[in-house]
Design a protein around this ligand. Structure first.
Ligand code: B4P
Length: 182
């Protein structure tokens, strides 16, 4: 099975949910930039205070902050890994390449979880996190289309992209992901 992975998709597509399951079953390092940023917010660090204001508006946290978090976690990593919610734009994707070269590893597959806006809106409203209200969700979607969606073409050109339909139960989506990673 492929073990160096990226998960892409709009907010609420189920990236975090599926990444957690796959990493537990396959013993991969789960590196969610959203979770790492939320941990900084909960611990009220200086970085967390800066990030909280940005996240609660549905905007992207600065590339330099996110990149330094990812670099620290990936460096020296020997087992497989799954980057969940990173990269989020072309700047982050281009910065990831030299970082992976430095550690002598490369991406084996990029999973794009696709889902309709109305489904993700109702999922996120039901979850109710600080950044899960309707106007912020709509802004996160605009940011996704503007900044993150160009990565689909970027990884498709590299022959790495696998598209998964996310509007199904957690188990069904998980089965679809495992099937394309064989
Ligand atoms: P993230 O933490 O990455 O979260 P997300 O995109 O909102 O959600 P995800 O797709 O993981 O959905 P989940 O599985 O949780 O980003 C949050 C914020 O952090 C960003 O807006 C940004 O500000 C910042 N950030 C993160 N990474 C960054 C980066 N690289 N650069 C800059 N800023 C960054 O699922 C959502 C809900 O659906 C859950 O309640 C779940 O239980 C439910 N669900 C999942 N699968 C389901 C299914 N199959 N059926 C029914 N419900 C399902």
């Amino acid at each position: 099975m492929k073990k160096r992975l990226l998960f892409l998709g709009p907010p609420g597509a189920g990236k975090g949910t599926q990444a957690e399951l796959l990493c537990r079953n396959e013993d991969l390092l789960h590196l969610s930039t959203g979770d790492l940023l939320r941990a900084e917010v909960s611990a009220s660090t200086k970085l967390g205070k800066q990030a909280e204001l940005i996240m609660n508006k549905g905007e992207l946290v600065s590339d330099s902050i996110v990149l330094s978090i990812v670099e620290k976690k990936l460096f020296g990593q020997q087992k497989g890994w799954l980057l969940d919610g990173f990269p989020r734009n072309l700047i982050q994707a281009n910065a990831l390449e030299p970082l992976l070269e430095k550690i002598g590893q490369s991406i084996e597959a990029v999973i794009l979880i696709e889902i309709d806006d109305e489904v993700l809106l109702s999922r996120l409203l039901a979850r109710g996190r600080a950044d899960d209200n309707e106007s912020v969700i709509r802004n996160r979607l605009d940011v996704y289309r503007d900044k993150t969606a160009p990565l689909v073409e970027h990884y498709s050109r590299q022959g790495l992209l696998k598209i998964i339909q996310g509007n199904a139960t957690v188990d069904v989506v998980s089965g679809r992901i495992k099937a394309v990673l064989k």
